[in-house]
Design a protein around this ligand. Structure first.
Ligand SMILES: NC(=O)c1ccc[n+]([C@@H]2O[C@H](COP(=O)([O-])OP(=O)(O)OC[C@H]3O[C@@H](n4cnc5c(N)ncnc54)[C@H](OP(=O)(O)O)[C@@H]3O)[C@@H](O)[C@H]2O)c1
Length: 275
């Protein structure tokens, strides 16, 4: 079946206040009718919305809330309904974060919130928007997973596990949606220089030099338009992701541990937060 051209009439982007989410907003603004921008930092979202509206015909809706809250997704959908927004054509499931360190270095509540945001919120949004996404031709979801989702990563283990979950969910659902023409792309970047990384003063080499958010977002949108299931920007990242299929797990773990261990500083062995 020939897949219909993607439609961007109403794009909903989570985590749009910085980094990759903001880059999606900038890239989609010239193509979209309405952009709904979601994150906690309202002022950031408002300035982005003002900028985009001044540069293109797009209408931006800012909804500032904490998606991790149990009612976060419901509150978002109710607010969208209150504002009589059109049904969603593209969902960009982007909000997420990780923690570098030994499993156990952080209070469990930190991990719980990460699991909530990276997995439950992404899955719940997709679930609750399934009808919207199948309502018309050319609709779909971009799930922002990570190259970290291709293998278990010591010292980054809970984060890598959340991204493996999202990759798997995205691809499984893609096949279920195929007959309706709805796209589901798992987007798996390696290190990207985001605003958060700068604010968090990540000094060590792991995330630097990272790719630019604009570049990887262009790659994601290109893959989405082609109806691909998954995309890993960058040859090295693709080779690393591919190699984990064939290398013995013990070797994969040793190499990842070697790279990540450098991120763990301080007497407690606790590293910085990293997205
Ligand atoms: N940067 C990388 O190297 C990299 C690589 C692979 C994958 N990724 C993935 O890319 C996605 C975007 O990350 P990024 O690199 O662009 O980092 P970022 O600049 O820190 O962006 C994270 C976004 O998530 C939002 N967010 C965090 N907690 C939230 C909450 N409780 N409720 C609502 N929004 C929340 C943040 O907004 P507020 O703080 O305003 O709420 C922010 O807009 C994440 O899923 C990350 O795992 C990043």
């Amino acid at each position: 079946m020939q897949r219909p051209q993607p439609s961007y009439e109403h794009c909903l982007i989570t985590g749009a206040s910085s980094g990759i989410g903001a880059a999606f907003a900038r890239a989609l603004a010239p193509r979209a009718g309405v952009l709904t921008l979601v994150a906690r930092r309202e002022e950031r979202l408002n300035s982005l919305a003002r900028l985009l509206e001044s540069k293109s015909q797009v209408r931006c809706e800012v909804i500032a809330l904490d998606l991790v809250k149990e009612s976060g997704v419901s509150d978002l959908l109710v607010e969208m309904q209150k504002r009589s927004l059109p049904s969603v054509h593209l969902l960009v499931n982007n909000a997420g974060y990780g923690r570098v360190g030994r499993f156990g270095d952080f209070p469990f509540n930190d991990y719980r919130e990460m699991f909530e945001l990276n997995m439950r919120v992404a899955a719940e949004l997709l679930y609750r928007l399934l009808d919207d996404l199948q309502e018309g031709p050319g609709r779909g979801v971009i799930n922002v997973a990570s190259a970290a989702g291709f293998q278990p990563i010591p010292y980054f283990a809970p984060y890598a596990a959340t991204k493996a979950f999202l990759r798997s969910l995205s691809a499984g659902v893609a096949e279920e949606l195929r007959s309706s023409g709805t796209r589901s792309l798992s987007f798996c970047p390696g290190p990207v220089e985001t605003e958060f990384a700068k604010v968090a003063s990540l000094e060590s080499g792991f995330a630097k030099p990272g790719a630019r958010a604009e570049e990887v977002v262009q790659i994601a949108l290109g893959a989405y338009e082609k109806g691909r299931l998954e995309v890993v920007p960058g040859l090295i990242n693709r080779l690393l992701a591919w190699s984990t299929r064939f290398a013995p797990l013990s070797l994969v773990l040793k190499v990842s541990a070697f790279v990540l261990k450098r991120e763990i500083g301080g007497p407690s062995g606790t590293g910085p937060a990293i997205h």
